[in-house]
Design a protein around this ligand. Structure first.
Ligand code: F58
Length: 804
């Protein structure tokens, strides 16, 4: 498409849609016009891709995830369609800035954090690698809450993201399916002597799919992300007369992660899990039948991926359909289920290991519960023959202590179980899932996470991208590993200066945003030190805050001493019911108030906690970062992915040996990363010996003592109860995440960073080395490994595309 063609089509579409000319249209109208034009253009590719898969009977993967976090889609769709430059220039000619239009788009935030964002990075990469893979999830009416700070406290507001419409989705009424809940079930013999379930009093709900095209990077492949929304079926209308009754049904897909502190919320969450699983699997099986292949070969055409345990009901639901609807025997059904299913674990935190009370599952999903019981019974029977030590059965069976263990179900019913970074996958085998590893060693494997480098570099960081183009050519845009060529310029002062100038521009951009949104003035000359991730005790934002307080106290004690200016930037949401995380937010905000307004500090220290951290904000923060904070307690962060995004944008990492930080160290070399803190082995040794004493650090280290006292002696105002809570968590409850143990080495690593930053040339070189080595973390490479080792799917070939 030429620029002229674009302009003509754009004006025509605007006139058709709104009966308007460019001069009269609002940014929203212009945005919708462009979106609709793009949608029409890629729809034929979507159709063509689908036809190819169908005609080739290609094996397809289905990524089941209760969360997807794509952020905004317009710019990345334009990039992948290869329209970006043409559209930008065409719009400019019409006096329109594309950035003003993308501003209008609401973030699609149907996820909490890393897990949901990973699912979306994978969607982009699967399509970009030409792989036949689809997403399956929930179309939440409200996305992740919008975060506001009121008096330093987090307040959650609803994210009504659909209120302005969604140009990317297509409602597919004809593909709706029924999903059934509650009621009673018993088995009866049919005419052929097979046992069949007979249901009474079921609640039937309608699952309506909304499809969003997942556009591959310049390859004309458009895959599908199918999100399900609940409705009351016509046949059931009469049952729900009052508004309230209708609302309880609609609640099913209303919010992401309903408050599960009460039974009603828990039931909604469990119903959500079954809803998208059942709808997704029914639609896969329906599609499979159009291929006219025998049902017992379904694993040759279908791979289902269980992203964390939330979709683990895929296993009994698939069994149900194979048994009750396809008439398979248990043995046949189990054999195909195992071949179809695979599972990724994203955490070792015990409290995140999902379990459901038996009574709840039985009540909501009586047939599914029967099937889980039988899977469990057979597992026990089979395992008894294999092991000497019976206690292993107690620890691994699905149903135990009145609860259904979803991770156990996912492991027992999948042929592949993977962790998300080398260390994490090792810990799964040796510690967390050791019993399962001893039963099924061949199922365990690692797939280190990756990121959509197109979004996080090409789109988010235009200044850096253009320096890269001028220095090493443009091949890195297709093949991120070509960033390695930058290593040839590590001593080239001209290139280093150009990289520094790009960073400067990004910092000015972020400084402007900080001024606009928080009314805080920060200088781009300062070190921009960034910690962006969910607020969680194990991620240790508190360690960061303690170091900041130490810096503040040093300045106060010695106001004329030299202190290299730093801006500490935070972005983080706390789960609404996670009180301690909210406490930390309050403490950071109050410290910010104190420090930012203290005339003694003279702008040498600034603390900025940006409200409502989300994908779009990340796209502004990450390119501007000098320092990347990856400071979780070793062993706790499964992988992390902001660590990869920040490295790709030239930030220098300060990190513990946790998650993918270890692989980042291996990629850049020890001297180009700042490692501190105890190792995962030391953490486990402490657990075993029970010898950690936080109070002894408080007693023997005057710096720690002084910092902690600031939480309770009024130094930081307005945190009377919060400060005490933090103090107690460390001293009274013995500091679960070893913050005090790692404090000294963290401070030293920070001092090293400051010294290094002062040596501009050295810093720039380290930054360059980080950018150059970030290509290995491209999600394209990660999904190829999933495709080869787990899903056994292949890209569309030239030959078959001609056939299609
Ligand atoms: C994250 N998990 C891991 N969970 O913490 C992170 O280390 C990893 O890089 C990332 O997954 C991708 O593998 C995560 O984000 C959640 O958000 C849960 C979703 C369901 C509710 C509880 C949190």
């Amino acid at each position: 498409m030429t620029k002229e063609q674009f302009i003509t089509q754009f004006k025509k579409r605007l006139s058709e849609k709104y009966a308007m000319g460019v001069e009269d249209a609002s940014p929203t109208e212009l945005y919708n016009t462009l979106g609709s034009l793009m949608h029409s253009a890629y729809s034929s590719d979507r159709h063509h891709t689908w036809r190819q898969y169908l005609l080739n009977k290609q094996k397809q993967a289905y990524y089941f995830s209760i969360e997807f976090l794509p952020g905004k889609l317009m710019a990345s769709n334009l990039l992948n369609m290869d329209w970006l430059e043409t559209v930008e220039e065409g719009l400019a000619e019409l006096g329109i800035d594309l950035a003003d239009l993308t501003e209008v788009e609401q973030d699609m935030a149907l996820g909490n954090g890393g897990l949901g964002r990973l699912a979306s990075c994978f969607m982009d990469s699967i399509a970009s690698c030409g792989l036949p893979g689809n997403g399956n999830g929930i179309r939440y009416e409200y996305g992740l809450f919008k975060q506001k700070f009121i008096d330093g406290h987090q307040v959650e507001l609803p994210d009504d993201w659909l209120s302005t419409g969604n140009v990317w989705e297509v409602r597919k009424d004809s593909k709706a399916v029924d999903v059934c809940f509650y009621g009673q079930v018993h088995l009866e013999e049919d005419a052929n002597g097979k046992l069949k379930p007979v249901y009474k009093n079921q609640q039937v709900l309608r699952a309506v799919p909304y499809d969003t095209g997942m556009i591959g990077y310049k390859n004309n492949i458009v895959n599908n992300m199918r999100l399900w929304s609940v409705e009351i079926p016509n046949s059931e209308e009469s049952k729900y007369r009052s508004l309230e009754e209708r609302r309880t049904i609609e609640d099913l897909t209303a919010v992401l992660y309903p408050d599960d502190s009460n039974a009603k919320g828990q039931m909604t969450r469990l119903a959500q899990e079954y809803f998208f699983v059942s709808a997704g699997i029914q639609s896969i099986v329906r599609y499979y039948h159009t291929l006219k292949e025998p049902i017992h070969r379904i694993h040759e055409y279908v791979a289902i991926h269980i992203n964390d345990t939330h979709p683990a009901l895929c296993i009994p639901e698939f069994m149900r359909i194979m048994l009750d609807e396809e008439g398979m025997s248990w043995e046949e059904a189990w054999a195909v289920t195992l071949k179809v299913m695979s599972y990724t674990n994203h955490t070792i935190m015990a409290e995140a290991m999902e379990k459901w009370p038996i009574d709840m599952l039985k009540q909501l999903l009586p047939r599914i519960y029967q099937i889980i019981e039988e899977i469990d019974r057979r597992f026990v029977e089979e395992t008894e023959l294999k092991v000497h030590d019976r206690s292993i059965i107690d620890r691994t069976r699905i149903i135990n202590h009145n609860q259904v263990h979803m991770a156990h179900l996912a492991i027992i019913g999948s042929h592949s179980i993977n962790g998300v970074a080398k260390l994490h996958s090792e810990l799964l085998k040796t510690v967390v899932l050791h019993d399962f590893y001893s039963l099924y060693p061949a199922r365990f494997n690692n797939k280190t996470n990756g990121i959509a480098e197109r979004r996080w570099l090409q789109l988010a960081n235009r200044p850096l991208s253009s320096v890269l183009d001028k220095t090493i050519g443009t091949s890195w845009r297709d093949n991120p590993e070509d960033l390695q060529q930058l290593l040839n310029y590590q001593d080239d002062q001209k290139v280093l200066n150009a990289l520094a100038a790009a960073k400067r521009q990004n910092k000015e951009n972020l400084a402007a945003l900080i001024k606009k949104t928080q009314d805080i003035t920060v200088s781009p000359d300062a070190i921009f030190d960034v910690q962006i991730k969910r607020l969680h005790a194990y991620k240790r934002q508190l360690l960061n805050l303690m170091h900041i307080i130490k810096c503040y106290q040093d300045i106060k004690n010695n106001p004329d001493s030299e202190f290299y200016p730093r801006v500490f930037i935070f972005g983080a949401k706390a789960a609404p019911s996670y009180a301690y995380a909210k406490t930390i937010i309050k403490c950071i905000n109050e410290t910010a108030n104190l420090v930012n307004n203290d005339p003694d500090v003279k702008d040498r220290l600034k603390i900025v906690f940006l409200e409502n951290y989300n994908v779009s904000l990340a796209e502004v923060i990450i390119p501007a970062a000098d320092v990347s904070e990856q400071i979780s307690l070793a062993s706790k962060e499964a992988s992390g992915t902001s660590n990869m995004k920040l490295m790709l944008n030239g930030a220098v990492t300060i990190a513990t040996l946790d998650g993918a930080n270890i692989e980042i160290r291996d990629a850049v070399g020890e001297e180009n990363i700042n490692i501190f803190g105890i190792t995962e082995q030391e953490v486990y040794d402490y657990y075993e010996s029970n010898t950690y004493s936080a109070v002894s650090y408080f007693e023997k280290d005057p710096v720690i003592r002084r910092v902690l006292e600031a939480f309770i002696d009024g130094t930081i105002p307005n945190i009377q109860s919060e400060g005490r809570e933090v103090f107690d968590s460390l001293i009274r409850y013995n500091d679960e995440f070893f913050v005090l143990r790692d404090f000294e080495s963290y401070v030293k690593a920070q001092e090293k960073i400051t010294e290094c930053y002062k040596d501009k040339r050295k810093w720039q070189k380290i930054s360059l080395i980080n950018i150059a080595n970030a290509g290995v973390f491209s999600a394209d490479e990660t999904v190829k490994r999933y495709a080869d080792d787990i899903w056994q799917i292949e890209p569309v070939t030239e030959y078959s595309s001609k056939k299609g």
